[in-house]
Design a protein around this ligand. Sequence first.
Ligand code: MSP
Length: 511
Amino acid sequence: MSFVITTPLYYVNDKPHLGSIYTTLICDSIARFKRLCGEKVIFITGVDEHGLKIQRTAIDKGVDPRRHCDEISNVFIENWKNWDISHDKFIRTSSNKHESIVNDFYKRVKKSGDIYMGIQKGWYCVGCEEFKDNPENSPNFKCPIHQKNLEWKNEENLFFRLSKYQAQIENLINNPLFIEPKERRNEIIKFVSKGLKDFSISRTNVTWGISVPDISKHTFYVWFDALLGYVSALGLDLDDASLDQLMDKGWPADIHIIGKDILRFHAVYWPAMLLSAGMNVPKKVLGHGFLTREGQKMGKSLGNVLDPNILLTKYGKEAVRWFLLKDISLGNDGDFQNKRFVEIINNDLANTIGNLLNRTSSMSRKWFNNKVPQNHELVNDFKLESISKKVVENYINYFNYYKIDLAANEILNFAINTNLYLNEKQPWVLIKEEKNIPLVCNVIYNVLESTRIIGLLLLPLLPDLSSKINIQLGSLYNDKLTWKEELKWGKLPNNSELPTPSPIINKLDYE
Ligand code: MSP
């Protein structure tokens, strides 16, 4: 059994922005955590390449949509590499494999009697690729998310009988584990309680899409096509995969991680489509909040995005990863402010964790011949050991419930408490008297051991920084032990060599 986790498939109207990096980092840290816990993981990400929005972007650029998609998809792939994203599958919805899965799926849904031809009239937001229910509520008929004019559409479309699945969807969303967090679930419950309406799944005015097999001039609606990317990704390593085969390759997904704006598609439309095709529904949909700048959603269409590559070059990926994963409470919106960002990194990573490691390993080298001291069982001091046990337990629990920011804060609090312990014990005073040496050995051992565990706990979140800590402690990972075994207290070998300390992270300047 594999644990299947997905990011949304990103529109290729532009290169990734910090919002796209945010979702992907959340998935990356969960995928890494699960692997460390010994699970087989399939981490799916990719791009959503069809539809009116992409067609228009290519036209505006004066290039063929395929060329445009090739170019931007490569930028995504390159970016994921730069951010250390550990995905297993990268799906492009313009691929032939995906097209054949969409066709297979369509046949199943049609066979269930859930497709019919109708007329679609309404106000459409090309940015959202969605008809808006109450356009009169949008000021000047502009999309509140994209601030762009809504467009009137009146055309013949194929429809999917969503209304038929009202009871099944109600049942599904009544399960509190299906949609998280709670506030998001309540929004969906409210939406579904108004009664589900059938929705159109084809377009006649979009050429850049997958053609509906039996109806000329119609292409599939981009969302009908894109959601299936999660399934076709599972068959990327097969020459020619059918939908049936992919059921044994890991479907259903364990968790879709998405932004709150696309929750309806994932928690209502998608499960209904799957039920119609006789397939299992995903086990969980987690809707995170938006990254905002001065309160407004950061988005390509709004032009207020932060270029992740500038942050990457200027501050390094570990700093940005830490800020996004630790400082934004998963589920809520989070405002990105440069000043706060710099303060958090300097405080948490440089002053608290980095400094703890640096000063302890310096003391240890100085007093114990460049080595980790021998700990003395006769000295009764279990304070850090018991804090560590609790921290590890809480951290694993938080991660298991996808509360990554809380898991990250456990690490930070552990480092703060370890610094406090050191200040309380004052080994630099104790060492002055010979009789205190066993005590000093223990204090230093305890602090180094806590730092080793802090490094290990950082592994899913900040893989690079974690390995730097490990190197500073003398590259102590033991290949024979699992990560969870390594997290147990007392694995730091007595008398092992400590390399010359060097800063694991540089302090940032605020300009
Ligand atoms: N193509 C669709 C998803 C199809 S999934 C089968 C799409 N793409 S998107 O590129 O517009 O958005 C992808 C994800 O990025 C969404 O989950 C969206 O919520 C997220 N974000 C876009 N802007 C964001 C922020 N400012 N902050 C956080 N996440 C944001 O929708």
